[in-house]
Every structure is written in C-alpha cells, then in structure tokens.
Ligand binder design. Sequence first.
Ligand code: GLP
Length: 261
Amino acid sequence: MEVIIRDTVEEVSLLGAQVVAQLLRQKPQCVLGLATGRTPLRLYRELIRLHEKEKLDFSQVTTFNLDEYVGLPPGHPQSYHFYMRENLFRHVNLPPGSTHIPDGCAPDLRFHCFEYEEAIRAAGGIDLQLLGIGSNGHIGFNEPTGSLNSRTWIKILSEKTLHDNASHFATPEEQPRHVVTMGIGTIREAGHCIVLASGAQKSNAVKAMIEGPVSSMCPASALQLHPRTTVIADSDAAARLDQLEHYRWIEQHKLGWQKYS
Ligand code: GLP
C-alpha cells in the first residue's frame, strides 16, 4: 500500500481531490467510484471549486457509488442519493444518466444487485475508487467477518456502525439496518483505490488496514492484496501506525512521476 500522511484533514482532502482531478484531465471518459460519509465532503467541495474556477470537466465521466440504505427513497435527506446530489452532482457538469447509486428501494433488491455489478462491467470497470473507512474497518458497508471476495449485495449493519452513524438520524427507528453495498470483491477490481482517513477515532482501523493481517475482522485490510491502493491519512488517523517513519521516508524518496504534488 502507498501510505501518505498529512497534518490536517484539509490537506488530506485537497490531495485526494488532486488525484481525482489529475485522472479527469488525463482520461476525460474515466469511471469514478464514489463514497459518502463525512470524510469526502471537503474533497467534493474542492472538485466543485476546480469545476467552477478551472473548468474541470465531468461531461464524459461515469460514476458508481459504493452503497445506499435499504428503504430510503432518493429524496430522503439521509439517503446517499440525496447526499451525492447536494454535495457533488448538482454542482458539476455530470450528465444525467451517467451517475449510478444502488437503489435501496428497488422492488427486487437481489436482482438489482446483479444489475449494478453488470452496469459496472458494462462501463468498463472503475478506474478510481474513493473510499472512507469505518471505525471498525468497514469499507463501503462491508462489515467485519464478511467475505473478502463479496460482490454487490444486501448487508446488515453492525451495532458499531449503527452507533457511529446514529447522529445522522432523528430517532433510532428511522435508521435503516440494511444496506446495498458494493462487495469487497467489487471494490478490489477498481484500477486504483484511494482511502481517506481522518481523526483519532479511525486510528485503530487505519493501523489494522495497513499493518494488520489480511483478515475479515478488518475488511479494509483486503486492500493489502490490491495492486494499487493509496491511503491518505491525517496525523490523528495515522497516529497508531508503527512504521510512520518508513512511510515518510518512502514519500521523500519518490521519483518525480510517483509524486502527486
Ligand atoms: C459510512 C459509509 C462508508 C464511509 C464510512 C465512514 O457508513 N458507508 O462508505 O466511508 O462509513 O464514514 P465517515 O466518513 O462519516 O466517518
């Protein structure tokens, strides 16, 4: 794994946005995998700024989101459809029809999962997948002990994740316990995975992902088997890593073309 550590979440987000923007400029017809949650919010704001100020062009881009809550319609403020519309889609020139998010209200959810996988394949696969990480090491909504080869499917959230995300919902009854998420196997087929992590509450998960064994107890650790994963963490999220000095050493000695900034 490539591990990049920055002092602040601001720097993490701007570097993440820079990686996305670089891909859009090199490959205008790219396929982006997108994530939700608090972590990528600042990255999306920077992409919007680049679109407005530097004409970053999304007109030929196709997107696939990682996950969605079962039972929340697209207009629900806590749905990931709503999140993506408000935080990115309506601010940039992505053509309607080029964005894809699992439909948590599909009449036949199981069939929908197969269709979603097929749509990713038909688009030629994901070039760059953005990821956050849950405090229990989940990516997408793939919770600990799930298969590290899973495909897009309906999953049940763990009590830990429900607790972590409870503040988004007015009452516990409103919070869905089921989700549709790309599987770990789906995520691992992306050409490049970028994991953003910030804050001390992620430090155990970040350590397990990078330096722990590959284990379904930390689903993100499956990315150790991925040929090209970049973790961008702020110093709080990176605080428990044993090899901090090594990652800094590697970054200092990168060849020009290996650097992002
Ligand atoms: C959420 C999402 C993940 C996200 C993670 C961390 O529940 N399904 O895609 O990466 O949990 O969220 P946050 O960035 O808000 O900490």
